[in-house]
Design a binder for this molecule. Structure first.
Ligand code: NAD
Ligand code: GLY
Length: 375
């Protein structure tokens, strides 16, 4: 622990593309010092959104300037709807209009939407320019800023177009979480709980005791949650950067969740983290129906997410006109479909997830149908 800014550093080990995740408080004001040694030229374009920009852009620009880094900014509208081709095209045009060179660094300042679209733009503009992540949501600090998945949604599905493109550094200033609306904190918490549910039962048990403190802004609890999540993600990414195996476990709840996001049209009706929470409950329910998981583990996962305040079913949504078949149809467009078969992350209990392509369609439809009936 470094006392000056109370931060810790984790390493994502990817050979010559390895990078540090620096997490703690006060890091935004040291961003220039931390990234300056990595920049090919002392110039950066900060990409942010219209909520985060007014809160943190001036501080970041001042920190860059103190380290001799000149910067300009591009501001996108906040929200999931920004993660599409039209905003990508506009972002790339703005970067080119700013006369970027191959040595200019793009800095994503914001949540997962800004991180994903900025990383994608950085990976393709001028055939790739350096990229730094400064995540400002719980979700982006524990998940999306680490690991190099970039992309946009299309009308046909979630994150269907994108690249693997690693950042040069990730700077997670936990003090930025103090301004995050509670709904967004809870949505990020779904991805925190995911790490426990996938493979870390001790962490899940810790979350059952301390999850409320994490969501209520207790910095010590947040710090433990963010660092544990990042450490798990860094290890998995280092082992399986391109998701040929174990990394797919990080998609627990996502096959169901992405279908729900597609059904709601990628707006703010259902946040990504909320969809993941519901999706994880569905994945547990499917596992129970297939005789793989004890009912009590499914109850335990659901009870914790519900106690935290996350949705665990479809009751908060207007599901008029929704059908199990339509939701299943969204799933068939998932990136992990292989030979026409949907890959599900299922579970044998809390902390015991695994992948399978053997979930019978009828059983999946039964899980979806039951959720719709209870909505
Ligand atoms: P987001 O980027 O939309 O941010 C949520 C909201 O919080 C936005 O309105 C934003 O303006 C606001 N905000 C951000 N930081 C703030 C702060 N400090 N104070 C006040 N307001 C703030 O959403 P998100 O939940 O961060 O990210 C969701 C996206 O991440 C989804 O598109 C999802 O697909 C993606 N994702 C990607 C990966 C990956 O590996 N690349 C992993 C998980 C999720
Ligand atoms: N969020 C899933 C992954 O990064 O693989």
């Amino acid at each position: 622990m470094n006392e000056q800014t109370r931060h810790e550093t984790l390493r994502v080990g990817l050979g010559d593309r390895s990078y540090d995740i620096v997490a703690g408080e006060g890091i935004l004001d040291r961003a220039g010092d931390l990234i300056a040694p990595l920049l090919p030229q002392p110039r950066a374009i900060v990409v942010t959104d219209d909520i985060v920009g007014p809160l943190y852009l001036d501080r970041l620009s001042a920190a860059l300037e103190r380290s001799g880094i000149a910067s300009d900014a591009v501001t996108l509208p906040s929200g999931e709807a920004t993660k599409d081709f039209s905003h990508l095209e506009k972002l790339i045009d703005d970067l080119l209009a700013a006369r970027i060179e191959r040595g200019t660094t793009v800095i994503a300042l914001g949540g997962g939407v800004i991180g994903d679209i900025t990383g994608f733009a950085a990976s393709i503009v001028l055939r790739g320019i350096p990229f730094v992540q400064i995540p400002t949501t719980l979700l982006s600090q524990v998940d999306s800023s680490v690991g190099g998945k970039t992309g946009v949604n299309t009308a046909r599905g979630k994150n269907l177009v994108g690249t693997f493109y690693q950042p040069r550094m990730v700077l997670a200033d936990m003090a930025t979480l103090d301004t995050l609306p509670r709904r967004q904190v809870l949505a990020g918490y779904a991805e925190v709980a995911k790490y426990g549910l996938i493979s870390d039962p001790a962490f899940f048990a810790w979350l059952e005791k301390n999850g409320a403190a994490v969501c209520n802004g207790n910095r010590e609890a947040q710090s433990h949650a963010v660092l544990t999540s990042c450490a798990t993600k860094a290890t998995i990414v280092a082992e399986d950067e391109r998701e040929n195996g174990r990394r797919a476990l990080l998609n627990l709840g996502h096959t169901f969740g992405h279908a729900l996001e597609a059904q709601t049209g990628f707006g703010d009706t259902l946040l990504h983290g909320e969809a993941v929470a519901i999706g994880m409950v569905m994945a547990f329910n499917l596992s129970v129906r297939l005789g793989l998981c004890p009912e009590k583990d499914a109850q335990r996962a659901k009870a914790h997410l519900e106690a935290i305040g996350l949705p665990v079913g479809l009751d908060r949504l207007d599901t008029a006109g929704w059908t199990a078949d339509a939701l299943y149809g969204h799933m068939t467009l998932d990136k992990k479909v292989a030979d026409g078969r949907i890959t599900f992350v299922l579970t044998k209990g809390v902390g015991k997830s695994f992948m399978t392509q053997d979930a019978p369609r009828d059983t999946v439809l039964a899980v979806l149908g039951e959720a719709l009936k209870q909505a």
